[in-house]
Design a protein around this ligand. Structure first.
Ligand code: NAP
Length: 246
């Protein structure tokens, strides 16, 4: 499939996990991929992989919590690529403790990377996305942006719920401005963010009986990025092996 030929796509957190799989998938569909991440070494290795497979990719150093970093990254991309069509707000970090064990500092760190980044990204990229006439923003939320999960991870729950609703608010604001905005809600996906969490336990609570692969999230993101989703905005696409249906 070549649904994204010559579309310029910025993927935050594109050096690892779901972001890396998404970078590869969008490039395989013809997009000019830009990986925005803090980890320049890992980002460069994903760029090399995409290039070796015949795709087009570059990397830009981006701290998604920093407004100046966003401004510089978007300016760089528009200057180098001539525009920006797709923004995947994917970078995020988690926490695993109860509200009693949590600290205000950790809460603010998690919401800064996982929630504030999505606001900053859409704010920085908005005009460039509108200019192309077929913009698409995909904000990565979570099943824990919809449910209470395991009763822990307060910063993560707050952030992912906010990502879900800011997606709808911006989608409505931009509905007639040529930019669609949607959220994707992964279930448990095999990436470094899971740490040493017991995979058997995660599989047991997932109706399909397994954790997902990053490529399965990337496929949903590619759909929303493409013109196949031309009438889809403000939607939440759950990709979770049935978890929230339960
Ligand atoms: P991951 O492998 O840890 O990838 C996250 C990426 O974001 C890493 O490359 C990380 O870089 C980068 N990052 C962290 N802070 C950043 C910052 N300030 N600026 C720029 N980049 C930053 O985890 P993942 O599972 O692929 O997560 C991707 C998204 O999916 C996250 O939003 C996550 O919440 C969401 N999600 C994941 C799951 C799952 O089960 N895997 C489920 C639901 C939702 P460093 O490695 O250098 O920190």
């Amino acid at each position: 499939m070549n649904r994204l030929t010559d579309r310029v796509a910025l993927i935050t957190g594109g050096a690892s996990g779901i972001g890396a799989a998404t970078s590869k998938r969008l490039a395989s569909e013809g997009a000019k991929v830009v990986i925005g991440d803090l980890n320049d070494v890992l980002a460069a290795s994903v760029v090399d992989e995409i290039t070796a497979a015949g795709g087009t990719a570059t990397a830009v150093h981006l701290d998604v919590t920093d407004q100046a970093s966003w401004t510089a990254a978007v300016e760089h991309i528009v200057g180098a690529q001539g525009g920006l069509d797709i923004l995947v707000n994917n970078a995020g970090i988690g926490d695993t403790v109860s509200i009693e064990e949590s600290t205000w500092e950790e809460y603010k760190k998690v919401t800064s990377v996982t929630q504030d980044s999505v606001y900053l990204g859409m704010k920085a990229a908005g005009e460039a996305l509108k200019a192309g006439g077929h913009g698409s923003v995909i904000n990565i939320s979570s099943i824990f942006g919809i449910t209470g999960g395991f009763g822990v991870s307060m910063g993560y729950a707050a952030a992912k719920g906010a990502v879900r609703t800011i997606t709808k608010a911006v989608a409505l604001g931009w509905a007639k401005q040529g930019v669609r905005v949607n959220s994707v809600h992964p279930g448990f996906i095999e990436t470094p963010i899971l740490g040493d969490t017991d995979r058997d336990a995660l599989s047991t609570v997932t109706p399909m009986g397994r954790v997902g692969k990053p490529e399965e999230i990337a496929a949903a993101i590619a759909f929303l990025a493409s013109d196949d989703a031309s009438f889809v905005t403000g939607a939440e696409l759950v990709v979770d092996g049935g978890y929230v249906a339960n």
